[in-house]
Design a protein around this ligand. Structure first.
Ligand code: IPE
Ligand code: IPE
Ligand code: MG
Length: 249
């Protein structure tokens, strides 16, 4: 009974889409290796990776996914050489500039998780404008994780809740899972159903640690620049075949 209730709860409002995950998150990995295998500079892999982003957003919308979260830049990626960071920032600028109209036309709402304050002001502003412009769109939510780290997100949530306790607004014992959830960057997003990581690495790299507690995990060997709509559809078939028990029977 409990298991049944949990399953119903995980998908309360999309009976027409049984088996389709509401929220898919992707760790887009392998751009550098894709380029290296072709004797190209790493930035060529990132550029090709941006093509995969376009294809996967389209396929996710067509599949009826409500929310797609893409890990674009982790809080640990600042450890990379400056030239690589500059290339990634340049691509982000270019992508936002060239894709925003299309995203808006397709009814996609853009959201950001992570700390934008570390980015150059022009990028932060561009991102904020894109979020504002697409805020009313309802077809699909596209979440880009930028300078995102899950541990830091949880630290910030703890700090927010501690502040509310210190000011007397709430008592410590009203802090429950829902309260923590509500203090995370992802508070307004559907529960995470599926995490996909490309490139054969089998780790989460500080991505959505709290949110992934009961998500299905799928690790594929495909390098991100080779990932496309068909690859996403194959992942969805894999997901549909899984039995989620949420601790029940
Ligand atoms: C993923 O590809 C893109 C980012 C992390 C920004 P990588 O750049 O990590 O590619 P590999 O892992 O070196 O192949
Ligand atoms: C994770 O990939 C971050 C993104 C895809 C943005 P990394 O390539 O940075 O992860 P590690 O360093 O191999 O764990
Ligand atoms: Mg990598």
């Amino acid at each position: 009974m409990i298991a049944k209730a949990a399953r119903t709860e995980a998908r309360p409002d999309s009976p027409g889409n049984i088996g389709v995950p509401r929220h898919v998150a992707i760790i887009m990995d392998g751009n550098g290796r894709w380029a290296k295998a072709r004797g190209l500079p790493r930035v060529a892999g990132h550029r090709q990776g941006a093509e995969s982003v376009r294809k996967v957003i389209r396929a996710a919308g067509e599949a009826g996914i409500e929310c797609l979260t893409l890990y674009a830049f982790s809080s640990e990626n600042w450890r990379r050489p400056e030239t690589e960071i500059n290339d990634l920032m340049g691509l982000l600028r270019f992508y936002l500039g060239s894709e925003l109209d299309a995203l808006h036309r397709e009814g996609i709402r853009l959201r950001i998780i992570g700390d934008l304050s570390a980015f150059k002001p022009d990028i932060a502003q561009m991102v904020e404008r894109a979020v504002a412009r697409t805020a009313e769109n309802t077809r699909m939510t596209l979440v880009i994780a930028l300078n995102y780290g899950s541990r830091n997100e949880i630290v910030q949530a703890a700090r927010t809740l501690a502040g509310r306790v210190a000011s007397g607004e709430i008592a410590p014992d009203v802090i429950d899972e829902a309260a923590v959830n509500a203090a995370l960057d992802t508070s307004d997003l559907p529960p995470l159903d599926l995490v996909i990581r490309t490139s054969g690495e089998r780790r989460l790299s500080n991505f959505l640690l709290w949110q992934a507690a009961y998500a299905e995990l799928l690790f594929v060997d495909t390098l991100w620049p080779d990932f496309d709509g068909n690859a996403l559809r194959a992942a969805l078939v894999d997901f549909a075949g899984r039995e989620r028990r949420f601790g029940g029977l």
